[in-house]
Ligand binder design. Structure first.
Ligand code: FEO
Length: 426
C-alpha cells in the first residue's frame, strides 16, 4: 500500500522532499468544488509551490492562494530560513499562485522576483505599488543558484498572457505552472501513487488550454526537446512517472482530428439550423445548395434538434465558416442556438467567418442577436444576415442561395469587396 507523505508533524505543515534539493511547499484544498467559477472539481485542488536549494541560495517557485498561506510558510520554514531566499520565481500571476507573495516579499526582502515580461503590469497591480525590484525574463534567460540553474520558457496564454515555465537544468525538472496541471487533490501527491486523475487532466485541458491550442503547440515546440525526469505543475499530481507521456498527450489534444479529412486548399462551411414550421429549414437548404456550387468548399448541414452540443463544438473548432439558422420566438433566437453559442468559449473562433439567417412571424430580432453574439465571439460576419417573414418566396429562396454562395466565396477569398453607393445611405 502507498505510504502518505508526512504532510504535517504535530499539526505543523511539512515540506515534502522531491529530491535532495527540491521540496514541495504547496497547500491542499480538498473542499474546493468550483475553480474560477467555470471549472468543477470533485475532490478539490492543490496549489503546488516549490523550493529549490542551490549552493548559493534558495529559490521559491510560485506561492499559494492567500488563505492557504500558513501551510505554505510552515512548509517553507521546515526546510529553509527566509534569509536564504535569493530568488522568487512566479510562473503565473493568477491569485491562486500569488496569494502569499506580498507576505513572502515582506519576510524575504532581499529576494529578487523573476517574472515574464508580460507579467510586469499584473505584478504592479497585484502589489498595488510601483516601486519594487524584479527582473523580467524571456525564453532562454537563466538565473544561477550556484550549482543549480533555472532556465525560463515563455509560454503565453497557458493560462494567461504572462505564463512561463521554469526548468531546473541539473535535475531535468520542469516547473510548469498551470501547464500539465489539473484540479485534483490527493495527499499522495505523485502521479504514480494518487487515485485515477485522467478525467481531471483532460477536463482541465479542455477548459483552460483548449481555447489556446495554437499557443499550446508553440509552447510544446519549446518544451518537447527538454530532457525530463519530473514535471512539477502548479495544480494536481506531480508527474514523475513517464512525464513525457503528458507532453505527448497535450500535443495530441492540440492537433486537429479533422485535418486529414479535408483536402489541401479546401475550406469547410458548417450550417446549423433549427426550424419550427419548416421555413428556416427551407432557407437552410437553399443556403446549403448555394454554398455547394462553389468548388473547394466542403459544406455540411446540421439540424440542431438531432445532436447534443459537444460534438458540434468539436466540429466548429475545425471549421472555417459557421452559419446559424434560427427562428425568432418571443423576440429572441431559440434556446438550442443559444446553448451551442454559449458552449463555444472553450475554442478559438478568431479566424472564422460567421453568418446568420432565419424566418420569423412578428419582429425577427433573433438573427441580429445571433450576429452580435458571433461578433462578440470574435468571428468575422462579412455578410448581413437574412431574415424572411414566414414562408420564403421563390425570390427569397434565391437570395438564400446567393447568401450561401457568397459565404463560400468569402472563405476562399474570392468575394469582391462591396461597393457602397452613397445614394443608398441617404
Ligand atoms: Fe492556477 Fe491560472 O491559475
Amino acid at each position: 500500500m502507498s505510504k502518505l507523505p508526512q504532510l504535517t508533524i504535530s499539526g505543523i505543515a511539512q515540506a515534502v522532499e522531491l529530491s535532495e534539493r527540491v521540496h514541495w511547499i504547496g497547500a491542499m484544498d480538498p473542499s474546493l468544488r468550483n475553480f474560477d467559477i467555470i471549472l468543477k472539481t470533485a475532490n478539490g485542488t492543490t496549489y503546488n509551490a516549490y523550493l529549490v536549494r542551490g549552493s548559493e541560495g534558495v529559490a521559491i517557485v510560485d506561492t499559494v492562494k492567500e488563505n492557504f498561506s500558513n501551510d505554505f510558510f510552515e512548509r517553507l520554514e521546515s526546510v529553509a530560513s527566509y534569509d536564504e531566499i535569493k530568488v522568487i520565481v512566479l510562473n503565473h500571476l493568477e491569485p491562486d499562485h500569488t496569494g502569499a507573495l506580498p507576505e513572502l516579499m515582506r519576510r524575504a526582502p532581499q529576494a529578487r522576483v523573476y517574472i515574464s515580461q508580460k507579467a510586469q503590469s499584473m505584478l504592479k497591480a497585484l502589489l498595488k505599488q510601483d516601486e519594487f525590484d524584479f527582473t523580467s525574463v524571456l525564453t532562454g534567460d537563466k538565473v544561477s543558484l550556484g550549482d543549480r540553474t533555472l532556465e525560463f520558457f515563455h509560454t503565453p496564454y497557458l493560462h494567461w498572457p504572462d505564463t512561463q515555465c521554469t526548468y531546473l537544468q541539473e535535475e531535468q525538472t520542469l516547473f510548469s505552472g498551470d501547464v500539465f496541471g489539473c484540479h485534483f487533490c490527493d495527499a499522495r501527491l505523485f502521479n504514480d501513487e494518487v487515485g485515477d486523475f485522467r478525467f481531471s487532466f483532460e477536463y482541465y485541458y479542455a477548459h483552460i488550454m483548449r481555447p489556446f491550442k495554437d499557443y499550446v503547440n508553440k509552447a510544446l515546440d519549446l518544451l518537447e526537446p527538454l530532457a525530463l525526469i519530473n514535471i512539477l505543475p502548479a495544480h494536481g499530481p506531480l508527474l514523475r512517472d513517464q512525464p513525457k507521456k503528458y507532453v505527448q498527450r497535450y500535443r495530441e489534444l492540440s492537433s486537429s482530428v479533422l485535418q486529414s479529412e479535408i483536402g489541401a486548399g479546401e475550406k469547410t462551411l458548417l450550417i446549423f439550423y433549427i426550424s419550427s414550421y419548416g421555413n428556416t429549414r427551407r432557407m437552410a437548404l437553399a443556403i446549403y445548395e448555394g454554398a455547394m456550387e462553389i468548388e473547394h468548399v466542403r459544406v455540411s448541414l446540421y439540424d440542431l434538434e438531432g445532436s447534443e452540443v459537444a460534438p458540434f463544438v468539436d466540429l466548429i473548432e475545425g471549421a472555417d465558416g459557421i452559419v446559424f439558422g434560427t427562428p425568432t420566438i418571443n423576440g429572441d433566437a431559440v434556446k438550442p442556438v443559444w446553448d451551442l453559442l454559449s458552449s463555444l468559449a472553450v475554442i478559438n473562433l478568431k479566424t472564422k467567418v460567421g453568418g446568420v439567417f432565419g424566418s420569423y412571424g412578428w419582429t425577427g430580432e433573433g438573427v441580429k442577436m445571433v450576429e452580435d453574439r458571433l461578433r462578440g465571439l470574435k468571428l468575422r460576419v462579412p455578410i448581413p444576415g437574412i431574415r424572411i417573414k414566414l414562408i420564403p418566396t421563390e425570390e427569397e429562396i434565391e437570395s438564400c442561395r446567393e447568401f450561401g454562395q457568397h459565404l463560400a466565396q468569402e472563405l476562399l477569398g474570392l468575394r469582391q469587396p462591396r461597393v457602397i453607393d452613397m445614394a443608398d445611405l441617404a
